[in-house]
Design a protein around this ligand. Sequence first.
Ligand SMILES: NC(=O)c1ccc[n+]([C@@H]2O[C@H](COP(=O)([O-])OP(=O)(O)OC[C@H]3O[C@@H](n4cnc5c(N)ncnc54)[C@H](O)[C@@H]3O)[C@@H](O)[C@H]2O)c1
Length: 271
Amino acid sequence: MDIEGTVAVVTGGASGIGRATALELARGGADVVIADVHDERSDEVVREIEALGRSALGVHCDVARDDDMERLARHALADFDRVDILFNNAGVPLLGPPERVPMEDWDWVLQVNLYGPIRGVRAFVPGMLERGRGYVVNTASIAGLFAYSWDSVPYITSKFGVFGFSEGLALYLRPQGVGVSVVCPGLVETNLGELARLAGVDDAVEWSAGMEDFRPIGADEVARQVVDAIRADRFLVLTHPEFAPLLQERAQDHDAALAARIARLPPPPRL
Ligand SMILES: NC(=O)c1ccc[n+]([C@@H]2O[C@H](COP(=O)([O-])OP(=O)(O)OC[C@H]3O[C@@H](n4cnc5c(N)ncnc54)[C@H](O)[C@@H]3O)[C@@H](O)[C@H]2O)c1
């Protein structure tokens, strides 16, 4: 899809990958709606987009809430008539032992990370299908492609859900003129830690394992790859290609890959 002249909605657009992608889309000629719970940062990004000569709108939107998503759609369509690109990107991390994480925390991470994109699709894809044109990008994670550790089972669960949702959407929407991509970043320097929750245990340091080898990259790099994928109609955005061999090995022998990962990780602390 050519970005010039499009209208994009970016959830989680006030910070990190969302902010960087909103700016990259604006540089490509898109008008952008920023949907986020952080109003102050959202206003800043709106000003940055306007300084690039594009129109922008900030809408307070908690993607975990039906009424917020409906309001977002109303405001976006009132200001811009249509939405061509939907970037379902808002997400939050949750660490903790799966048998001890309270249901309200499971609900939180799944409502934001998985039901958020589902709500986004329900709000904006009908218009795209009517026009036979549009693009949906969902942010999963490398944690949506393989379980990198035992420390983040709730987050991994939500991101595997986003990956499957995206692949299914690609089968359903592409033949109808709507493109789909899924972004699977490794470690990216953002503000993600601010909203992170630890549940069921007290010690975050003791409970964190498995990310020591991850190579951090900047959000701008991810944004360039996302916008390239939209232009090229490419499904998978694997920001850290060093994970590709690991995924290939796992596809060949899942049990061997699991055994190798368990051998590499420190054992989970006994609770
Ligand atoms: N940073 C990483 O290393 C990394 C790696 C893989 C995947 N991701 C994913 O990238 C996405 C973007 O995260 P980021 O790293 O840019 O973090 P970030 O915290 O910098 O940005 C996330 C934005 O989402 C917003 N947000 C959080 N909950 C929300 C909600 N309920 N409704 C609306 N907005 C909400 C936050 O206010 C924030 O502005 C997330 O889905 C995250 O899971 C990040």
